[in-house]
Design a binder for this molecule. Structure first.
Ligand SMILES: Nc1ncnc2c1ncn2[C@@H]1O[C@H](COP(=O)(O)OP(=O)(O)OP(=O)(O)O)[C@@H](O)[C@H]1O
Length: 287
């Protein structure tokens, strides 16, 4: 059984800001129990999860703690064994696929390489998943695709087929596809995986910009807890398929969390200044 900071009185609490005020949620998972069809094992079990509206929330936790599984349920890619997910107060199942694609931009870790499709085709397809690649492109379609390609920093790759891209370039193309959808909610599973330092920064900066300029709600899985703590407005920490804690980073990142969740036994072993990215190069919510 996972050790958890939650007690029974806290289990159904809403996520609160630094002043203890409950924040509005874009997505709510209620009484979720998640498993995969291939096994009866419960992978995620959580009484309540909130993704705060118009904020950036990072899901953190060790490998195998259930972050991707939870994100799959929030994005309607995994049907919960029990419980419900609501987006803006409406259950996910009340939306058609087409309607959901207008609400949610999803970057998953299960992207097929679609070998012979070009980057531009992929990004256009993300914006209009129900249209053929070969339908005529309106000015509006064209602008959204152009903007996404530029934001992801892959301007010179637009004619390249996905099968000819490196792992990082492919990841950027998928990110561009998600950004082109112009949705109000983004669910991103490890967007910085495979990316070099420059592109990690570009992607995080773009996410922050979308949040600040357009009020986009973001839930993003990040593996580096110090990066997540500096970048996100809220953290949701997972451990063994359960929520360990949630709230502003300064409340969540404690010695106890580092010990319980990440197995770091003493604060002295945790080096917050030891980062892959230079500190000044990170989009920091606190500046
Ligand atoms: N398709 C699947 N079928 C069965 N079990 C799965 C499947 N995908 C994941 N799991 C199991 O669910 C558990 C949680 O996996 P999940 O991918 O949600 O963790 P995670 O926190 O995202 O991990 P990571 O940081 O390594 O990506 C793991 O024990 C894994 O073996």
């Amino acid at each position: 059984m996972a050790r958890t900071r939650q007690d029974t009185t806290r289990e159904r609490d809403r996520i609160t800001d630094g002043d203890g005020v409950a924040v509005e949620s874009a997505l709510i998972g209620d009484d979720l129990e998640l498993s995969y069809p291939t096994t009866d094992e419960t992978i995620v079990d959580c009484a309540r999860i909130d993704i705060p509206e118009e904020a950036v929330t990072a899901l953190v936790g060790p490998n195998g703690s259930g972050k991707s599984t939870l994100l799959k349920a929030l994005s309607n890619h995994l049907e919960p064994a029990t419980g419900t997910v609501e987006i803006h107060g409406e259950p996910l199942e009340s939306f058609s696929q087409k309607e959901l694609a207008r609400e949610l931009g999803v970057l998953s870790q299960e992207n097929d390489s679609l070998g012979s499709i070009t980057v531009e085709d992929l990004v256009y397809h993300g914006r209009y998943p129900h249209r053929s690649f070969f339908e005529s492109v309106s000015d509006e379609d064209h602008d959204a695709v152009e903007r996404a390609i530029e934001l992801a920093g892959i301007d010179d790759l637009r004619e390249t087929e996905l099968g000819q891209l490196s792992g990082g370039q492919k990841q950027l193309a998928w990110i561009a596809m998600v950004l082109a959808q112009d949705t109000d909610v983004l669910l991103l599973d490890e967007p910085t995986t495979y990316l070099d330092v420059h592109h990690q920064f570009r992607v995080l900066e773009t996410i922050r910009q979308l949040n600040e300029e357009r009020g986009v709600t973001v839930a993003v899985i990040l593996h580096d807890i110090s990066q997540a703590a500096r970048f996100a407005d809220y953290l949701i920490a997972m451990q063994d398929g359960e929520l360990y804690d949630w709230g502003p980073p300064e409340e969540v990142v404690t010695e106890q969390l580092l010990a319980d969740v990440f197995g770091v036994e003493a604060a002295v072993e945790y080096e917050p200044e030891l980062q892959i990215l230079p500190k000044r190069a990170l989009p920091d919510r606190r500046t």
